[in-house]
Design a protein around this ligand. Structure first.
Ligand code: RTP
Ligand code: MG
Length: 167
């Protein structure tokens, strides 16, 4: 039996490290731009384990549901259009402090600013602007649990899984 937000507390020579899971997405611009291999290389070299992955095509209802917290924002409609413009690669990543580690690795939301302030970040590498920023990362352990469940437990009917050779 697996747990979506499993935390394993263990001794690590003086401190406690917690193994944690987060949801990462390579968004349509990342897939279209052939950035998948480069992003996955960074993920693995940073010590994450990719526990699960699949390519899916979101429809408007499922994209809106995934980003429901932003439904009142001016950019919401455009965000839904963007996230449904092509397939996305969703991954469950695991390592100590996975949520914050992955957020640090991807960098600021606005990729155009990330190119200046965080040039080593993933969004600086493959994002474009405040919307088309190549990758997603859960913003808290609670969000990670919801988002992992969204894609891997109760797949909404508007999420179309696409054949993936590596699985
Ligand atoms: P994400 O959820 O995708 O990991 O991104 P985030 O936490 O860094 O940013 P968030 O505030 O949650 O926004 C979700 C996504 O909405 C798009 N966005 N567009 N046009 C805009 O001003 C704007 N602001 C945000 C981005 O695709 C952002 O990742
Ligand atoms: Mg967010």
């Amino acid at each position: 039996m697996t747990h979506n937000c499993l935390k394993v507390y263990r001794s690590s020579g003086g401190g406690e490290a917690k193994s944690e899971r987060t949801l990462a997405i390579i968004k349509p611009d990342g897939l279209f731009g052939n950035h998948t291999d480069a992003v996955k290389k960074i993920i693995l070299e940073s010590g994450f384990r990719i526990l699960k992955e699949k390519i899916v095509q979101l429809d408007q209802e499922s994209a809106a549901s995934f980003y429901a917290e932003h439904s009142a924002r001016s950019f919401f409609h455009s965000l839904v259009q963007y996230m449904t413009s092509g397939p996305v690669l969703v991954m469950v990543l695991e390592k100590d402090d996975a949520v914050s580690s992955w957020r640090t690795l991807i960098g600021p939301t606005d990729a155009s600013k990330a190119k200046i302030t965080h040039p080593q970040s993933i969004r600086a590498m493959c994002g474009t602007d405040a919307e088309k920023n190549c990758v997603h990362g859960s913003d808290s352990p609670q969000s990670a649990q919801r988002e992992i469940s969204f894609f891997f437990d109760s797949m909404p009917s508007g999420v179309q899984a696409i054949e993936h050779d590596e699985l």
